[in-house]
Design a protein around this ligand. Sequence first.
Ligand code: SAM
Length: 349
Amino acid sequence: MDAPITFDGRPGPTDTLGRAMRDLRISVTDRCNFRCTYCMPKEVFGADYAFLPRDQVLSFEEIERTARAFVSLGVEKVRITGGEPLVRRDLAHLIEMLAAIRRPDGGEIDLTLTTNGSALRALARPLAAAGLQRVTVSLDSLDDAVFGAMNGIDFPVAKVLDGIDAAIEAGLAPIKINMVVRRGVNESSLLPMAAWARETGVILRCIEYMDVGHSNGWRLDEVVPAAEIVDTIAAAWPIEAVEPAYRGEVAGRWRYTDGAGEFGVISSVSQPFCRDCTRARISAEGMLYTCLFAADGHDLRAILRSGASDADYTDAIEAIWLRRGDRYSEIRSGATSSLPRIEMFAMGG
Ligand code: SAM
């Protein structure tokens, strides 16, 4: 039977709202060396916090098998994330395994990684050699006092900048920079970050502070809405909107009309984009989440470890996608704020 073609003209299952499966984010660890206040605050994730024991984390073979199943169902982009993915031992070997996966049409997958950049000086080159194509580096400020307070461990800006240089040298470009903008915390860092990105040639992506999980004590008044971020940048340099490159692209994009590149804004709170969401997320322990704000996942590890064949495994994933109807951001309200949610570090951002 031919797969239904409704979302973007390319084959693959579509969910109950007609959305295809195009992007897969795989968290390779729940551990992180940072304690960002908005993600893994140190008051909650202290020395006695129980992270996953090793045997509960998916092995490289299980991750590769899972990615292969998703690619056979239409996934074209795979992003490795965490926790902090660079703390997973021998990550370059996993990248090599994933880079060998081919789409049903024989094409390569788009293979990227999101990192806090702290270990890129050592790892950018081996990761690029293993087949990693690009990286996104998270950096919330160029001011050490602001950044140190936000990352929770006083990690210096200079070391992340050096990691970004290493990634550029290794050819992992174009490099995107994720900046979470939090009212009263790092708004004043916005224009210096934009100016630096224009000079360096990296693509700044400002992210609205989101109500993922419950540990960060999120409040709506701490969100700087995308429109305000765009207005602030537009007051400094002339910009124009860029058409989305593909359906399902999450960042609203703007180009500097003087030719100094572009920036993006991810407005999951103020302008939700659920109707075009083509993302699936897998936690380090192998739970599949079909929404960033999900309360429950689907236990893929149990299927993997039950001895299921590749065909059975792929069918199980397809069946989950066909039932998907999540659109949390569109229905976010006072009533949804107290619902259970999985933490961002566990789901992998
Ligand atoms: N450790 C890696 C890193 O720092 O990029 C990957 C995982 S991290 C969870 C992925 C992204 O999620 C980062 O860019 C981080 O800033 C973002 N993030 C975490 N919590 C967030 C929140 N509450 N709102 C918006 N973005 C958040």
